[in-house]
Design a protein around this ligand. Structure first.
Ligand code: SAM
Length: 211
């Protein structure tokens, strides 16, 4: 979709008080077309920085501005990002991040990454609030918040090197136990490596490895 088709009129949106006071999707429309680093990005970036070493091959899925990928680059990793939003790809490139436009892990070969990170769109969003603009792609996790988490977990094992791992940002809004259970069903063991409480949610970083 063209850039000028991506902005909607926030005045027409309902007041979505169903996010328990957390800044809602409608509040963030007409503001940005690319998700800018926030507390979730920062928690994931700090966890990733601890886990990567010089020369590691790493992938940041849904890279947005490229913040997490750039942080892994600062730790010496060979980082690439992927995003479905062409405006995000442009911004990540401006921030010196190698980036591919694509869907989740689809553009990548099997078994090549030492670490894959993902800060997914996760706000639970009822169907009637879906507008199909870029901010929605960045924030909406569908009805249960796991719209992209599930396909990510179902396919991340394919691109991981034998000792590779994935770091996934999850919120208490999207049932982390269900996320771990879904990972288990797809051959992944999980461990919580970071967490942070915020007024309306608890954010965690889960580390997944292949069983
Ligand atoms: C919550 S934002 C995170 C942005 C950035 N990683 C950060 O932490 O600041 C989620 C990102 O996922 C991207 N995204 C949404 N659906 C995607 C898909 N199917 N494949 C790749 N990226 C996707 C969005 O465009 C958005 O940039």
């Amino acid at each position: 979709m063209a850039e000028d088709e991506q902005t909607g009129d926030a005045d027409n949106a309902d007041d979505p008080a169903d996010t328990d006071g957390r800044p809602a999707l409608a509040d963030q429309r007409d503001v940005e077309s690319v998700y800018q680093p926030a507390e979730d990005s920062d928690l994931l970036a700090r966890a990733a920085y601890e886990q990567v070493g010089e020369g590691d091959r790493v992938l940041d899925v849904g890279t947005g501005s490229g913040y997490v990928a750039a942080t892994m680059g600062e730790a010496g990793a060979d980082a690439v990002g992927v995003d479905v939003n062409p405006l995000a790809c442009r911004q990540a490139r401006e921030n010196s991040v190698w980036v591919v436009r694509g869907n989740l892990l689809e553009p990548f070969r099997d078994g090549i990454f030492d670490l894959v990170t993902f800060n997914p769109p996760y706000l639970p969003t009822p169907k009637e609030k879906e507008w199909d603009d870029w901010m929605e792609h960045a924030l909406s996790g569908g009805e249960d918040g796991r719209r992209l988490v599930d396909p990510f977990l179902a396919s991340v094992g394919r691109v991981l090197a034998p000792d590779g791992a994935a770091l996934l940002l999850v919120s208490s809004l999207t049932d982390p136990d269900a996320v771990c259970e879904y990972g288990r069903e797809h051959g992944l063991t999980s461990a919580r490596v970071a967490s942070e409480k915020h007024p309306y949610e608890e954010l965690s970083v889960l580390r997944f490895t292949q069983e």
